[in-house]
Design a protein. Structure first.
Length: 292
C-alpha cells in the first residue's frame, strides 16, 4: 500500500490535470451521468484537490467532500473557502447516517482498495443514498496505460489549437508531466490495488445492492471505466430522510466550510452526543483519494 507521504507529494502536482482535455472530459462525463437537480446534496468520496466537487457546486449542488489526505483537502479549501470537507478513511466505512445523500460521486478511488474493501464501499454507497438517489463511479481499467491518455491529449490539442500551440504547452508542462508519469507508474505496480476488468465494476455495484446500473462507458482516453447506478426506491412509507430533515441538512451543509462544522444531521445518532463534527476530524491513515 502506498504511503501517506506518496499521496501528499502526488497531490502537489495533481492539478496539472486541469489543463488536460481528457481529464476535463472525465469530470464532465461524471456530472452528466449524475444529472443532479439544483440543491441536491452530493457526497464526493475521495475528493482529492476538489476539482469534481467544485464542478458540482457550480451546478448548484450542495457538496460534502471527503478524502483521507490532509494535503489534498488543504489544497481544496484554498480554491473555495465555503467548501464542506471531511478528513475520513473510506476503508473504515462512511461516517454518515442512512439515506443521507441525493447523490454520490467516486472518481478514480475504488481501484486503490482490495476487492473485499471495494464491495464494502459499494454497500456503503447503497446505505447512505436516499431511495432513488444516484451514484457515479469511475476507475481505471485493468492494464490501463498512462501513455494512451497522454497521446490522446496531444491529438485533441493539435485538433483544437494547432500543432505549434500544442508543442508549446507540452514543453511548458514537461516537469509536472514527468512527475505524473512517475507517480502513475508506481500506482500501476502496486500489488495491493485491484483494477477492474471491463464489466467487473458493473458487477461490483450490483453486488452492493444498487440497481439500474448503466452500461460501462470508456472515458479518459478509453482508460477509465464509468458506471452510474441507483438505490432502489423504498416500498416502506416514511423510509429515509424526511423532506424537513433534507431541507435542514442542505441549509446547514451550504454554510459548512473549510475549518467549520459539518451538519450533525448527516451523522448517525451515536455521533451526536457532543459537539458537531469538525471539518478536519477523522482518521487519515489508509484510504486513498482521487489518484489518476
Amino acid at each position: 500500500m502506498l504511503s501517506s507521504e506518496f499521496w501528499a507529494q502526488y497531490f502537489k502536482v495533481y492539478d496539472v490535470l486541469n489543463s488536460v482535455p481528457t481529464y476535463r472530459e472525465l469530470l464532465d462525463a461524471i456530472c452528466r451521468e449524475l444529472a443532479p437537480s439544483p440543491g441536491s446534496l452530493v457526497l464526493d468520496v475521495g475528493s482529492g484537490t476538489g476539482n469534481l466537487a467544485l464542478r458540482l457546486q457550480g451546478l448548484g449542488c450542495q457538496v460534502v467532500a471527503m478524502d483521507f489526505c490532509r494535503q489534498a483537502i488543504e489544497c481544496h479549501t484554498t480554491k473555495r473557502r465555503d467548501c464542506c470537507v471531511l478528513l475520513s478513511d473510506l476503508t473504515k466505512g462512511l461516517p454518515f447516517r442512512d439515506a443521507a445523500f441525493d447523490g454520490i460521486v467516486c472518481n478514480n478511488v475504488l481501484y486503490t482498495l482490495s476487492a473485499r474493501d471495494q464491495l464494502k464501499a459499494a454497500k456503503e454507497f447503497q446505505r447512505i443514498l436516499k431511495p432513488g438517489g444516484r451514484a457515479v463511479v469511475a476507475n481505471p481499467r485493468a492494464g490501463w496505460k498512462p501513455t494512451a491518455i497522454y497521446f490522446r491529449n496531444i491529438e485533441y490539442g493539435v485538433r483544437d489549437e494547432g500543432l505549434w500551440v500544442t508543442v508549446k504547452k507540452l514543453l511548458k508542462g514537461i516537469v509536472p508531466t514527468i512527475k505524473m508519469f512517475y507517480y502513475n507508474g508506481k500506482l500501476r505496480k502496486e500489488r495491493e490495488y485491484h483494477y477492474f476488468e471491463f464489466e467487473e465494476q458493473r458487477s461490483l455495484l450490483e453486488a452492493g445492492g444498487l440497481v439500474d446500473i448503466s452500461d460501462t462507458a470508456l472515458v479518459y482516453g478509453d482508460q477509465v471505466l464509468l458506471n452510474s447506478c441507483v438505490k432502489m426506491m423504498s416500498r416502506e412509507p416514511g423510509a429515509g430522510v424526511s423532506a424537513e430533515e433534507h431541507s435542514a441538512t442542505v441549509a446547514e451543509a451550504s454554510f459548512a466550510g473549510a475549518g467549520r462544522k459539518l451538519p450533525l444531521m448527516l451523522f448517525p445518532p451515536s455521533n451526536q452526543d457532543g459537539d458537531e463534527v469538525s471539518a478536519g476530524d477523522g482518521d487519515s491513515s489508509a484510504a486513498p483519494a482521487t489518484s489518476v
